[in-house]
Design a protein around this ligand. Structure first.
Ligand code: AMP
Ligand code: MN
Ligand code: MN
Length: 343
């Protein structure tokens, strides 16, 4: 069950425990950094930025990994710290410390979930209100715009100065999770963090172009096709409206595209004025869909996603759908009314 009210952010004892876990590492200690499956900018950026910070502290035996195929999406292939990445199959079996980024639950860690029973402590950095409280030390702040906000605070408490490489990673994480500073989570503290990151000399124009504004031409054509089949259902969600579309593996193959290009699709769909809820179904296998949900506020999509086996935030959530696309959308439609925000 999701928590009814979001947990408070980390308290001083949590920060102290996290700092002690890192400070207690010896020269031979092995540290494993992990993040959620199908990693996004926040998962990769906070993990690699923190990893580079640990490097600065002299941690030598350091690996970063994520479940599933060890493929970094093209927009993130320039990130500093990529050299820390190893395939999940090759990751340390008995690390002295595990640090987990941007995963609300163990289920988001795929085959790495089984690696949490290790000798060393498991430190969890996250910002999902639905975080299940797994791990030994939780730095979980539901008010944080991105996991990178938590990562930067921990680095500061460890006296690691920001440099351009660390900052590039944390900036990617911050801009991807705030929709380039457009969402309500964009507090004064977020802009203050952005200012500290930019002060290292990173170039926001170059970073945004790499991350948000560069796609193969085939992806442009693919978007045309997939957006062309979008459907608008004004009566859904008690009249607040639903807009949805889907992309199959065959669509990807016909246009010669990798799955990562579909991550941006939801942003083109969710701008539909006539719908509070937007949904994109991305086929990941036979009868299996990675479903993205977005809301403008009338519906809490994390409740819809959680009811269907996933999770996320009030305005952005997701789950794995099974069956044909229409059947998955039927199940979403059926959950919308009970996820209406009343207060
Ligand atoms: P996405 O639509 O993939 O950008 O995901 C939006 C949000 O939903 C993210 O914050 C994820 O943490 C969450 N989310 C997406 N897919 C899942 C899933 N299968 N299980 C749990 N949470 C998910
Ligand atoms: Mn994420
Ligand atoms: Mn995040």
């Amino acid at each position: 069950m999701p928590r009814q009210s979001p947990p408070a952010g980390p308290g001083e004892p949590d920060w102290a425990a996290a700092v002690a876990a890192v400070r207690g590492l010896g020269p031979e200690s092995r540290v494993l950094l992990i993040c959620h499956v199908n990693p996004d900018g926040d998962a990769l950026g906070s993990m690699l930025g923190f990893g580079l910070g640990l490097r600065r502290l002299g941690v030598r035996q350091l690996q970063a990994t994520f479940p599933g195929p060890p493929e970094v999406p093209e927009p993130f292939r320039w990130l500093p710290g990529l050299e820390l990445l190893v395939p999940a199959t090759g990751a340390y079996r008995d690390p002295d410390l595990v640090v987990c980024f941007d995963a609300a639950s163990e289920s988001r860690l795929g085959e790495l979930a089984g690696r949490l029973a290790v000798p060393g402590p498991v430190l969890v950095l996250d910002h999902h209100a639905s975080n299940t409280g797994f791990g030994d030390v939780q730095l979980v702040d539901p008010a944080a715009a991105a996991t990178s906000v938590v990562a930067e605070e921990l680095l500061a408490r460890l006296d690691v100065p920001l440099d351009a490489e660390i900052a590039a990673c944390l900036y990617v994480a911050l801009t991807t999770d705030t929709g380039s500073f457009r969402f309500d989570a964009t507090t004064p503290a977020v802009h203050q963090l952005a200012a500290r990151l930019l002060a290292t000399g990173i170039r926001p124009g170059d970073i945004s172009r790499e991350v948000f504004d560069t796609r193969p031409f085939g992806a442009v054509r693919l978007f045309g096709e997939v957006l062309g089949r979008a459907r608008l259902e004004p009566p859904a969600a008690a009249g607040n409206g639903l807009v949805w579309t889907y992309a199959t593996q065959d669509d990807l193959a016909r246009h010669g595209q990798r799955p990562y290009v579909l991550e941006a699709l939801i942003d083109s769909v969710r701008c539909t004025a006539e719908a509070d809820v937007a949904c994109v179904l991305k086929q990941v296998g036979p009868g299996e869909w990675a479903v993205s949900l977005r809301s403008k506020g009338a519906v809490d999509v994390s409740r819809v996603a959680t009811a269907l086996g996933g999770g996320g935030h009030r305005f952005a959530a997701g789950f794995t759908g099974r069956g044909d696309a229409d059947a998955v959308v039927d199940r979403i439609r059926a959950e919308l009314d009970s996820a209406l925000v009343t207060s």
